[in-house]
Design a protein around this ligand. Structure first.
Ligand SMILES: N#Cc1c(-c2ccc3ccn(Cc4ccncc4)c3c2)n[nH]c1N
Length: 242
């Protein structure tokens, strides 16, 4: 998979070169290119923003710089791409979206700043390619770069060969519609807190049942919306007895 990121703060994307993602790039599983939007400005001030039509606070990112940048970035690789634009007004980015993005040959991220990017940029490219305006959560950030870090990590870990243990991704929170339950490791007792005995029993059936029960309890307590969204056949008789 190839990932391109266009931003006025390339340094914000440095973490993409670290750890798991850095290894994925090093082994050729992932090809990441970060581009400075100001490279496509032509004025001495390298201006990328202007006052909003209709008035209002803040500034809006000008369409012509974005158009020149995205035209060049998209033309640099023949693979079909999806343009992803983080915005507070976007559709929620979910684990299902991460799986869909992991199947893409190429993702191009447009990182806005200020009050966002002139809407005509999204409208223009949506006429010729898939474009998603996404949000990583119901809170307000200062720009799109942090959202890109979140999305790229969530997507990259799903790519074959990136995670050491592929079962990890298969058994994620949300993979079965539920939150993961609690996890434990040595020592058996830590500051008077003992590991639940069933996990040390060697009884794999009982362990699976206990883990499912804890996941159901945690999800019902913290994310009842996920329980309500489960398909009718998702809960078996033992689940319902909980
Ligand atoms: N994904 C995502 C986001 C963002 C986000 C993303 C891109 C940009 C570009 C500019 N801003 C700042 C801004 C713009 C408009 N209104 C308020 C603030 C951004 C915020 N905030 N919160 C999220 N969950």
């Amino acid at each position: 998979m190839r990932i391109d990121v266009v931003t006025i703060f390339p340094g914000y994307l440095a973490p993409l070169r670290e750890a798991l993602l850095g290894r994925a790039v090093g082994t050729g599983l992932l090809d990441i290119a970060v581009h400075d939007l100001r490279d496509w400005t032509h004025d001495v001030h390298q201006a990328v923003d202007d006052a909003p039509y209709g008035g209002g606070p803040g500034m809006v990112m000008r369409p012509h710089v974005w158009g020149e940048a995205l035209d060049d970035v998209l033309a640099a690789d023949p693979r079909p791409a999806r343009l992803v634009v983080p915005t507070p007004a976007g559709r929620p980015f979910t684990q299902a979206a991460a799986h869909a993005y992991a199947a893409q040959e190429r993702l191009v991220f447009a990182c806005g700043r200020y009050e966002g990017i002139d809407q005509r940029v999204v409208d223009h490219y949506a006429a010729s390619m898939p474009v998603d305006e996404i949000s990583i959560g119901d809170y307000v950030l200062v720009g799109g770069e942090v959202a890109v870090l979140v999305v790229v990590e969530a997507v990259a870990r799903l790519l074959p060969g990136v995670l050491g243990n592929p079962r990890s991704a298969a058994e994620d929170s949300f993979s079965d519609g539920l939150l993961e339950g609690p996890a434990y490791t040595r020592p058996e007792v830590w500051r008077g807190h003992a590991v639940p005995e069933v996990l040390r029993s060697g009884n794999h059936g009982a362990i699976a049942r206990w883990r499912r029960d804890r996941a159901l309890e945690r999800t019902a307590e913290r994310r009842p919306d996920l329980i309500a969204a489960l398909p009718p056949d998702a809960l078996d008789e033992a689940d319902r007895a909980l």
